[in-house]
Design a protein around this ligand. Structure first.
Ligand code: ADP
Ligand code: MG
Length: 365
C-alpha cells in the first residue's frame, strides 16, 4: 500500500508566553512512500518525526494537506479505520494481560463483517507470535519478559490485523546496544516477509541507514532530502545532511575557491573545475583522505587508533571546524608516529563543497 503525503502541515499553538508564534512541527510535506518498502524518518529530536507518524496514524489531525493510502483519502478517517499497526518506544503493553491476550486485543473489537470467531482469533494470534518468534512466551505477562521480548509482543500486536501500513516510533530506543542491533535486523526480516509498507522513525542515522529502503532526512519540520541511504550519503544536498549521516562524521573545513582550486589554509588541496571564486565549507568524509608524503593538505598529527580492518588517524588543522579530524585508512599503510605532521591528498568524490550562507551543496566536476 503506497502512502502519499500532500502538502501535509501541522502547527501547534505556542506554549511560550514571550514567543506566541505557532510551532510548525511538520511543514508542507509532499512525498510518496512506495508500496512494500521500509522508509526511515530520520532527524534530530524535535524535528517532527513523531508528529508526522501521528498524522499518518490519525492520532493527530493535520492543519493542512491530505494523506492517501493508495487511492483512499484517509485524512478524515479515525485511526481504527485506517488499517494501521502502531509500535511505540515504550511498548505500551497491558501489564495485567498475558502475551496471548495482548496480541488478541486488537481482534476483539472488530465488528460487523470483520468480526472473527474465537478460533480464527487464536489462529491469527498464533501466526503473529510465530512471525516474531515468541510462540513459547504466550502465557507470560509483560513483567516476566525482557525488553526485547516485550517489543516483539508489541510488534506482534501491531501485525495481528495485517495492517495496510506499519508505523514504528523509535521502537529500539529502550533496548541495549546488542539487542538493538538484533531487533533491527528482526524488524527488517518481518517487514520483508510480510511486505507491509513500514514507516520507521529514529534519530539514529546508523539505524536508519542500515534497515531502510529509503530515508527521509528532516530538520525543524522541513524535509531536507529523500533517497536511498547510500545515495544520500554519497550525495548530500546540504551541509546538515552531510553532517547528520556517517560515523565517524564528515570533517568540515573553512575553505575558499580560487582559480578552480579548493584552498584549505594556504594550500591548494583539490581541483574544483568550474566553481567560481568564493568562500566555501569543504566537507571531507573520513575515507576521503589518502596518505601521501608530499600531499597538499598538512595536519598536525594527534594520534592513531588501529581498529582491526582500518586505521583511524586523529589530526588537527586550523581551518577545521571539527576539533579533531578523523581519517580512516587501510591497515596496509605505514605511519611514522615520530613526526608531528601528517600529509594527505584527497579523493575528489568524497569531498563536498557548500555555500557559506545557504549551506547548500555546490557541485564541481
Ligand atoms: P520528534 O519526534 O522528531 O522528536 P516531535 O514530532 O515530537 O519531534 O515534535 C516536533 C515539534 O513539535 C517540537 O518542537 C515539539 O516541541 C512540538 N510539539 C510536538 N507535539 C506538540 C504538542 N502536542 N503541542 C505543542 N507542541 C508540540
Ligand atoms: Mg519523537
Amino acid at each position: 500500500m503506497e502512502v502519499i503525503l500532500q502538502n501535509l502541515t501541522k502547527k501547534f499553538p505556542s506554549r511560550d508566553r514571550k514567543n506566541r508564534e505557532d510551532v510548525i512541527a511538520v511543514n508542507d510535506f509532499t512525498f510518496e512512500i512506495p508500496d512494500g518498502q521500509l522508509i526511515g524518518l530520520l532527524g534530530p529530536s524535535g524535528c517532527g518525526k513523531s508528529t508526522t507518524l501521528n498524522l499518518i496514524s490519525g492520532l493527530l489531525k493535520p492543519t493542512n494537506g491530505r494523506i492517501f493510502f493508495g487511492k483512499d483519502d484517509v485524512t478524515d478517517l479515525p485511526p481504527e479505520n485506517r488499517g494501521i499497526g502502531l509500535v511505540f518506544q515504550n511498548y505500551a503493553l497491558y501489564p495485567h494481560l498475558t502475551v496471548r491476550q495482548n496480541i488478541l486485543f486488537p481482534l476483539q473489537n472488530l465488528k460487523g463483517k470483520d468480526k472473527l470467531s474465537k478460533s480464527e482469533m487464536l489462529k491469527k494470534a498464533e501466526d503473529a507470535a510465530k512471525l516474531v518468534q515468541i510462540s513459547e512466551l504466550m502465557e507470560r505477562r509483560p513483567g516476566e519478559l525482557s525488553g526485547g521480548q516485550q517489543q516483539r509482543v508489541a510488534i506482534a500486536r501491531a501485525l495481528v490485523k495485517m495492517p495496510r501500513v506499519l508505523l514504528l516510533d523509535e521502537p529500539l530506543s529502550n533496548l541495549d546496544a546488542r539487542l538493538r542491533l538484533q531487533t533491527r535486523e528482526e524488524i527488517r526480516r518481518i517487514q520483508k516477509e510480510t511486505g507491509i509498507t513500514t514507516i520507521f522513525v529514529t534519530h539514529d542515522q546508523e539505524e536508519a541507514m542500515s534497515i531502510s529502503d529509503l530515508i527521509v532526512v528532516m530538520k525543524e519540520g522541513i524535509v531536507q532530502q529523500i533517497g536511498k541511504p547510500q545515495e544520500v550519503y554519497d550525495n548530500p544536498s546540504n551541509l546538515f545532511v552531510a553532517k547528520f549521516l556517517g560515523t565517524p562524521p564528515i570533517n568540515v573545513f573553512e575553505g575558499r575557491i580560487q582559480n578552480g582550486q579548493l584552498y584549505i589554509g594556504d594550500n591548494a588541496v583539490l581541483h574544483t573545475g568550474n566553481v567560481s571564486d568564493r568562500k566555501v565549507y569543504a566537507g571531507i568524509r573520513p575515507e576521503g583522505f589518502l596518505l601521501q608524503e608530499d600531499g597538499p593538505l598538512c595536519c598536525e598529527l594527534g594520534g592513531i587508533e588501529v581498529m582491526g580492518r582500518d586505521i583511524s588517524i586523529v589530526s588537527r588543522n586550523k581551518a577545521s571546524l571539527n576539533p579533531a579530524i578523523r581519517s580512516i585508512i587501510g591497515t596496509d599503510n605505514k605511519i611514522d608516529t615520530s613526526k608531528t605532521d601528517i600529509r594527505f591528498s584527497l579523493v575528489s568524490r568524497k569531498v563536498f563543497l557548500f555555500d557559506r550562507e545557504t549551506e547548500e551543496r555546490i557541485d564541481f566536476t
